[in-house]
Each structure stands twice: as C-alpha cells, then as structure tokens.
Design a protein around this ligand. Structure first.
Ligand code: ATP
Ligand code: MG
Length: 584
C-alpha cells in the first residue's frame, strides 16, 4: 500500500513544473540578461521562445535549448513561447507537432496560452515584404536557384548583381502579387532582399525571402504558394511576439547581421539574437535528418525506440525529466562547440534513480538452485527493503522456498582467484534470505552445461546474518521458482560503436558505424511475483543488474517487458574521481 502511495507521488512529481533551480552557475547568456535587466532594456522584460521546426521528433539537443529558453524565462520572472517554425510545407507533419508538445510538457515546461506558429504570421510577413519592396529594399528576381548560387560568388570573390535587381517598385509589386496568386511555376521567381552583392558576409548578398512552392501546408492548406525562408520568417516572428532574447545555435551567428537588417529596415521591435554552441553527444547522432533515416530505413523500430537520443526514446528507455534537466544544467552553455560524454547523461540518470527506484530481484539468465535441507512444502515471506536510500519507501514481502532461480553467471565450477560468488563448497548470502553453501552440481551429460545447483542453507542465518557472525563476501539475488514469473528484458548498448559516428570516409555512410549489438533481448528472465503489477513507465532497480523501466509499447497487463535504462556501473563518477585525484 505504502509503495503505491509513494509511486503515485513520484509520478505526480514527474508532471510537475520544473522548479526554478537554486542559484545556478552563471553563463554568458545569464550575464547578458542580467545586464539588460539592470539597464532597463525592454522595461526589464524577459521573453524567450523555443522554435522547433515540425519536421521530426525532438532530441536531447533540443532538450538543451528547451531547458535554456524555458529555464531562463522562469528564472528571471519572464515568459517563454512555444512557436512552431512551420515555414517549409513539404517536410512538416501534424504527428511531429503533437510529439513536440508532448515532449516539452513531459520535460516539465509550460507555454500556457502562448502556442504560436510561424504560419500564423504569413499574412503579416507578406505585408512586411510589401513594405520592403516599396522602400526599394526588395525585388522580384527571375534567376533560377542554380543561377542565384552562381551569381552569389564565394568567400573570396564578390557576387554579381542580378539582372533583375533594378526593377521598378511598381513592377516588383505587380510581380510579387502575381507570385502570390500562383501565376508562375515553382522555382521560376523569388523575392530577394536588396542589400549588397559584395558583402563579405554571404548572407547579405541579396538573400531570398520568398520562393514559389505549390505545396499544401499542414495549417494553411493551399492558401499560399509562396513560402518565406527561415531568415525572413524567423526574426520577424520574434519581433511580432515581442521576444527580447532570441536564443539559437551557433550556425546562425553569420545570419545575425541579416536578422538585424530586416528588423531595422522595417522599424519594428528589435529582438536580440544570441547564439550558443549546440550539444553534441558521443556514440550517437543528433540531427533530425539522420535520425529520420534510422527510422525510415528500419535501423531502429521507431522515433521512440529506446536506443534513440530523442526525448521520446529516452522517456521510453526510462529516463526521468529531472535527470535530463539536471544534465542540461550541468553541461552549461558556451560559445565553442564540444562533444559531451554520454556517460554524463547516464550519471545524471543514476543519481536520480538511485534515490527513487524501488529495488527488486529479477534473474536475467536463470539456473535452478535447490536447497536440499529446506522443507519441501515450506514457503517463507521474507522482508525486503525497497530502497536503502529512502526508508520511507518501506519494505515488501518476497516468497522464499526450496527451489530458486539464480544467475547462471553467479556460479563457477572452477572459480578464479577473488571469486566471491557460488562455486563448489563455497558459501554466499542470498539477499534478504539465508546463507547457502554449494554442495553439488548437476550437468547435462552431453553439453556439460550446468543444469542444477544443490546447496544446503544455514537455518539460523535468516535475514542474512549468522549467529556466529560468520562473514561472506558474496551476496546474490534470487527468485523462488514456484512464485516467479517469466519476463522479457531488453538490454541496450550505444547505438553506434564509434565515438563519432559522423566521422566517415568520403561518401561513406554514418550507418556503417551502427553498433550491431545495441539491442539484446532476453526472453526468459524470471521476476519476483510483485512485478506482475508493474505498469508501463514504472522504474526499478534490479539488484546488481541496473535500472529498468517497463516498456510503454510492448508490455501487456500482468506481462511487463523491461527496458534496461542503465547499468549500475557509473563510468562518469570514475572519470570524475580520477580527475580529482590528478588535480590533488
Ligand atoms: P537538427 O539539426 O537536429 O535538424 P534543427 O536545428 O534543424 O535541428 P529545429 O527544430 O530548427 O532543429 O530546432 C529548434 C531549436 O532547437 C533551435 O533553436 C535550435 O537551435 C535548437 N537546437 C537544435 N539542435 C540543437 C542541439 N544539438 N543543441 C542545442 N540546441 C539545438
Ligand atoms: Mg532548423
């Protein structure tokens, strides 16, 4: 009963809003915001936005951006909008919109009534474009995409003016209106900003603002056949929403002069673009384009395959929103690209789950152990502590009887030195139960495989302590064969076997670096009976085996499938310890 209450509380916490963290360490974005507040810029108002393009599921990199945008707003008493950057009709789908909202909420953030779409602004953007044309700052160009590229020049060579650059305002207004009406074929004309074809910044060489694309849009349908480019839509959307700090990744640094130019030419509210380095993680890829390939080509089962670095994949794997937020805070923000060790992400997870996961016993690779001196019909209900880290999680009863399952790997016929587990003549402690000594081994005549272990137990060692205070070094988990039930367990390893999967020879495919052993399915594990009640999404620590989560896709009532979220081996803690030691 108590367990249930506890679990309910946990799941409640999970949906609760992310608390503004206790005085987090500063970073250059916080410095900018604090300076702006001090100087009274925008009346001290802080307003950010998270602007995903709905062309895929969110990944751990997006989590960094979400935590940053929503986190800063919460920290400084500001607001954060969710805005779908849906200016590209061909690749965008409603499925992505729904998954993105679900993921942001799950991470613990709330946009309240501030859900926006760049497509809400199509009419406004069109008006703004007319304004620029009238100012002589934009023109309709008949060059093809290839020709535009050719005219643009290179980093070392200036570009050339388009022959259509000096069209009159009237002609431009007429042609642009007819572009909107659908009079011209796809790709035949564009609207371009008239800036400077010899600018050292290529983004300022008369960038395209609109292209003709007769495609249906998931929200505006067939109303439009001209679509704004990212550069034209993004800054103006920020301005319309009164965004004070428009935080984006480093690749947009060179676009900032253009971002500013549009806003200044239009004389509208000036949002400030701030760039930070995107998150890279080793042993995986973080790019929607690549993740989409993995899904479409069947290298993973879906966007939420537990091996995917997507938010939905991490959730299904058993990650908690708290651990992801903690990770995002710890990696911080910087101006320089770097790659974060995936061991840090797992470390944040272990720290969180260690506090909250109930300990249970599941034997992954079972072999029978028979206690010859234990009465045949006897069953004892033994007390088992649910979490030694948290007494309030209480105890549960676990049935114990004469025939048990233990891990096959916990027995060695011919044990090496320092072997503390079971071997002929050796004594070990069975967790929550008794001391047992191995007396005999039954093997398959033909294969030599161990079929059965025979032991005797010390009846006076109940609870794991002997009268004479005899000590053993090995403690093993077990389940009672008459009470246990079979479960499927899925073990995961890194999705890629190479640290930087994107690092491939010319023309080679990053998928060549996929780890063929990223998933191992164990179909006949044995679980303690209480786990029959486990519900999709419940998280546990299987003693000695790691953290596990009930799969939300393939579990059935009374028949949970478990995903291993992480092993118990914390390589990050080890790295930290070694670093500390070398500093001392
Ligand atoms: P991808 O490269 O995976 O396709 P994207 O940048 O095209 O990502 P968007 O949907 O446009 O994806 O991104 C929404 C927001 O998330 C943007 O502000 C973007 O800068 C940010 N973002 C995307 N990837 C990362 C990352 N790896 N680290 C931090 N922020 C990111
Ligand atoms: Mg993008």
């Amino acid at each position: 009963m108590k367990d249930e209450v506890k679990k309910k509380e946990d799941s409640k916490n999970e949906e609760a809003a992310a608390p503004a963290t206790v005085t987090p360490p500063s970073n250059f974005i916080r410095d900018i915001i604090e300076r702006d507040i001090k100087e009274g810029k925008n009346g001290g108002r802080i307003h950010t936005r998270f602007p995903p393009e709905p062309n895929g599921y969110l990944h751990i990199g997006h989590a960094k951006s979400i935590c940053l945008n929503f986190g800063l707003a919460a920290e400084y008493g500001g607001l954060c909008n969710l805005r779908f950057d849906d200016t590209n009709p061909s690749k965008e789908e409603v499925e992505y919109v729904d998954s993105i909202m679900k993921d942001v909420r799950w991470l613990g953030f709330d946009w309240e009534d501030r859900l926006f779409y760049a497509s809400d602004y199509f009419e406004k953007l069109y008006e703004y474009a007319l304004k620029l044309i009238k100012k002589g700052k934009a023109y309709v160009c008949d060059l093809s995409a290839d020709e535009i590229r050719e005219y643009r020049g290179t980093l070392t060579e200036p570009g050339r003016n388009s022959p259509y650059r000096d069209r009159s305002v009237e002609e431009n207004l007429d042609l642009f209106e007819r572009m909107r009406k659908g009079e011209f074929p796809d790709g035949s004309r564009t609207l371009r900003a008239k800036i400077d074809m010899s600018s050292p910044n290529l983004n300022l060489r008369d960038p395209v603002m609109y292209r003709i694309l007769k495609a249906s849009h998931h929200r505006t349908g067939d109303k439009w056949c001209i679509y704004a480019t990212y550069d034209w839509a993004h800054g103006q959307s920020d301005s319309i929403e009164g965004i004070t700090h428009s935080i984006c990744t480093l690749e947009f640094e060179d676009h900032r002069p253009l971002y500013d130019w549009f806003i200044e030419q239009l004389g509208i509210f000036h949002s400030q673009q701030i760039e930070f380095a995107r998150l890279n993680l080793n042993y995986t890829v973080i790019s929607k384009r690549k993740l989409l390939q993995l899904v479409e080509e069947g290298h993973v089962t879906s966007w939420d395959d537990p091996r995917m670095p997507t938010i939905s994949g991490l959730r299904r794997r058993g990650y908690t929103p708290e651990s992801i937020r903690d990770f995002c805070e710890r990696i911080g923000v910087a101006k320089k690209e770097s790659t974060v060790d995936i061991a840090l992400l797992e470390h944040c997870l272990r720290e969180d789950l260690n506090k909250r996961a109930q300990r249970v016993m599941v034997v992954l690779n079972p072999v029978r152990l028979i206690i010859d001196n234990y009465p045949e019909d006897k069953v004892e209900e033994l007390d088992a502590v649910n979490n030694p880290e948290d007494e309030s999680m209480g105890i549960r009863k676990v049935p114990f009887s004469r025939v048990l399952y233990v891990e096959r790997e916990d027995f060695r016929d011919d044990p090496p030195k320092k072997w503390f587990r079971l071997a002929p003549g050796r004594e070990v402690r069975l967790k929550h139960a008794y001391y047992v000594t191995c007396t005999d081994v039954v093997k398959d005549e033909h294969t030599g495989e161990v079929v059965e272990l025979h032991c005797t137990y010390d009846p006076e060692s109940r609870g794991g302590w002997t009268k004479d205070n005899r000590r053993v070094k090995g403690t093993m988990h077990w389940v009672s064969t008459a009470h246990a039930f079979p479960v499927e367990v899925r073990l995961y390893d890194n999705l890629f076997s190479k640290e930087d999967p994107g690092d491939v020879e010319d023309n080679a495919d990053f998928k060549a670096n996929l780890n063929p052993k990223s998933l191992e399915t164990l179909a006949s594990c044995q679980a303690e009976p209480g786990l029959k009640q486990a519900k999709p999404g419940d998280r546990y620590q299987f003693l000695r085996q790691g953290y596990f989560c009930v799969d939300t896709g393939d579990s059935k009532p009374g028949s949970p499938v478990f995903n291993r979220t992480a092993t118990l081996r914390d390589t990050w803690a080890k790295i930290e310890r070694t670093q500390k030691a070398s500093e001392e």
